[in-house]
Design a protein around this ligand. Structure first.
Ligand code: PMP
Ligand code: GLN
Length: 380
């Protein structure tokens, strides 16, 4: 049969590619971003309790009210804005579905979506599958900042959406309040929706707290925030996230959501709602990961890699230009096969495959894993 691919230029995501290569070669896997330690036992017990109590059938389409109320409380605690659990918050099957559904709901054929590169890998395919056109703006190098002048130049009558991501995967940079003020000015009075990917919202290591779009009144009124419990409570495999946005956007979002997934895992939503009642479960994530970052950096401080600044996320960029001039993809593959350590090459996050000799290492790992990885890094 002849089929016409909807994504002719898309292969398999780098995270699957590197994780399978790591498995095949028995390498330490610091490539795909996920913790190698357990989430809290209390959370596991809560999930077990909800399953035993019989919450094993469909959850409400928009998510259980207990969790939507909890999310509203978290957003108010952290960013001082009130979202209605009834009409402005929806539980999704991870942030990936939140992003996909936001694009599906608002992007029509020919609409342009501004993204910043290096860009998390689900943005472009989700845009293109809906007939949209991704318009990449490169973050400045080496600081990975947004040049807002450049953004203004890219905006035209077809621009329908801007996707931002802070703390930023893969660079580990964060947007400042000045950045968000710029963005707010740029989109004011325009038919442009901002999708704000804030999955690492509780992993911002800077003095200035995380700048959610929720902090900015006019900006929040034309934005959808996307977040994920996978990151915050160390359960990437549960695939539970959420979106928050004004009712007029959420109504359209839910029209698609109900036919894409209908509803998300029921007992785990209830467990999360109860677990997150304790504010420490999310407010202490920042210290937990900044200690991991510092521990990892300390172990590799005398290696030949250059350690790039990391202001947020659980990723550390290392530059290998003093070690090799190979392409980053080749270096990453060789390091996995020969040295038994896997990381993600940064060029895969650029449409034009920009290669600054950078690799991304995930430090959401046990100390013993980081020590074993550091021994390899220090030998290279
Ligand atoms: N956005 C970014 C920036 C991410 O790093 C990830 C990966 N975890 C996601 C979205 C997707 O999150 P989830 O696993 O909840 O789908
Ligand atoms: N977000 C994770 C990363 O950046 C991986 C998510 C995935 O594998 N889809 O590594």
């Amino acid at each position: 049969m002849e089929i016409k691919s909807k994504l002719p230029n898309i292969g398999t995501t780098i995270f699957s590619v590197m994780s399978s290569l790591a498995r095949e070669h028995n390498a330490i896997n610091l490539s795909q971003g996920f913790p190698d330690f357990s989430c809290s036992l209390q959370l596991l017990e809560l999930a077990q309790k909800e399953m035993s109590a019989g919450f094993n059938q469909y959850a409400p389409m928009q998510g259980v009210i207990q969790l939507r109320e909890r999310i509203a409380e978290i957003i108010q605690t952290c960013y001082n804005r009130v979202y209605s659990p009834d009409t402005e918050i929806t539980i999704t099957a991870g942030a990936t579905q939140g992003i996909y559904t936001s694009i599906a709901a608002f992007i029509q054929k020919g609409d342009e979506v501004i993204i910043f590169e290096p860009a998390y890998d689900c943005y472009i395919p989700s845009i293109e599958v809906h007939g949209g056109v991704a318009v990449p703006v490169q973050l400045t190098y080496p600081n990975f900042h947004i040049d807002w002048q450049l953004v203004k130049q890219k905006i035209n009558k077809n621009t329908r959406m801007i996707i931002i991501n802070s703390p930023h995967n893969p660079s580990g940079t964060v947007l400042s309040s000045n950045d968000l003020v710029e963005l707010e000015k740029i989109v004011a009075n325009k038919n442009i929706i901002v999708v704000s990917d804030e999955v690492y919202e509780h992993m911002n290591f800077m003095e200035e707290p995380h700048q959610s779009v929720a902090r900015f009144k006019s900006l929040s009124n034309q934005s959808i925030i996307v977040s994920s419990f996978g990151k915050t409570v160390h359960t990437t495999g549960w695939k539970i996230g959420y979106v928050a946005g004004p009712e007029y956007l959420m109504t359209e979002f839910r029209k698609i959501h109900q036919f894409l997934v209908f509803a998300v895992n029921h007992p785990f939503q209830l467990a999360l709602a109860e677990y997150l009642a304790d504010k420490k479960t999310y407010l202490e994530v920042k210290n937990f990961y900044s200690q991991k970052r510092d521990f990892f950096k300390g172990l590799i401080s005398s290696s030949r890699f250059t350690i790039e600044p990391c202001s947020g996320t659980y990723f550390q960029l290392l530059n290998y230009k003093k070690i090799s001039d190979e392409k980053d993809t080749e270096f990453a593959i060789r390091m996995t096969k020969e040295n038994k350590l896997a990381a993600v090459p940064l060029s895969v996050f650029y449409t034009n495959k920009t290669d600054n000799k950078l690799l991304r290492f995930c430090f959401a790992k046990k100390e013993e894993t980081l020590k074993r990885a550091a021994e390899i890094i220090n030998r290279l």
